[in-house]
Ligand binder design. Sequence first.
Ligand code: CAA
Ligand code: NAD
Length: 284
Amino acid sequence: IARNFSSSSAVQSAIKNVTVIGGGLMGSGIAQAGQNVTLVDVNSEVLVKAQKSIGNNLGRVAKKIYKENPQEGEKFVAEALGRIKTSSDPVAAVKSTDLVVEAIVENLAVKHDLFKKLDAAAPSHAIMASNTSSLFGGLHFFNPVPVMRLLEVVRGAETSEGTYATMMEWGKAVGKTCITCKDTPGFVVNRLLVPYICEAIRLYERGDASARDIDIAMKLGAGYPMGPLELADYVGLDTNKFILDGWFKKYPEQALFKPIPLLNKLVSEGKLGVKTGEGFYKYE
Ligand code: CAA
Ligand code: NAD
């Protein structure tokens, strides 16, 4: 995680100010990885929660790095937190930005509406990237952002060589290993991971095995760090549903993308997983 605060001089000159829009699960993690960041959310309670969670995560890092010197650790946390500003006004926040990483709700119409406004307000050189799980090009981080080492750099048909090179450099500067992929549904990781999670939900829905046994099976039988239903709860069942619904709308003939009644039911009951305290499992 300490690597997240290293910097390459080339990128430092191209990317000085980063704006992360959406301060939820992903946005708060991405803000922690960046350098001079403004974190934006329409909900100011989310921003307070995000700052708290970033502070806690930095505290964990400081404890490890500055084991012998807690005072230095406190300084490290204060300095890192000081580089993260917050705002509830996306348009004002991008006025002097070099890079925008959008991490709001997985809904194409809402994202388009936001980008239209940002595009009009940001400087012309600013790079606009999305952390979308499945919709279009950009910079795709993984949850939990401070721990997962991958960044998918999505190169759309209209992404210029310069923008692509800057995104790759910035990804490296914030400590990630970057892979490049085309702008296709789910890119690489989610194109493989989401159908796997969905098949696990269908298996459970059919009553073929209990949730616990499905998760144990994949952890002990396939070496995954989390079982698929635990992972679904961790990602957020709403996000899983948004991804699947988007794909189904576009590719209704693809059996893997068909809606899952149990997933829809849990989401309609507000059982979104870890973030709401209940999904396939209950959380304190
Ligand atoms: N923030 C910062 N650090 C965290 C953290 C968080 N949220 N969660 C865990 N950590 C750190 C811990 O401090 C610990 O660090 P040390 O080893 O240095 O002490 C380390 O990560 C391991 O944590 P734990 O011992 O608490 O727990 P664990 O070993 O069970 O690991 C996990 C937790 C990393 C989340 C692991 O279970 C895992 O890799 N799960 C799978 C996650 C995954 O598949 N993510 C991708 C989801 S898909 C996605 O993101 C794309 C999308 O678009 C939907
Ligand atoms: P989340 O629900 O935790 O956070 C989304 C935040 O965006 C909320 O705090 C909400 O208030 C805010 N928001 C909504 N509309 C907004 C707007 N117009 N302007 C500013 N803020 C707005 O969701 P998340 O899990 O962080 O996911 C965010 C994005 O990242 C989605 O596109 C998702 O697909 C993608 N993603 C999620 C994961 C994951 O594991 N959850 C992993 C990678 C990518």
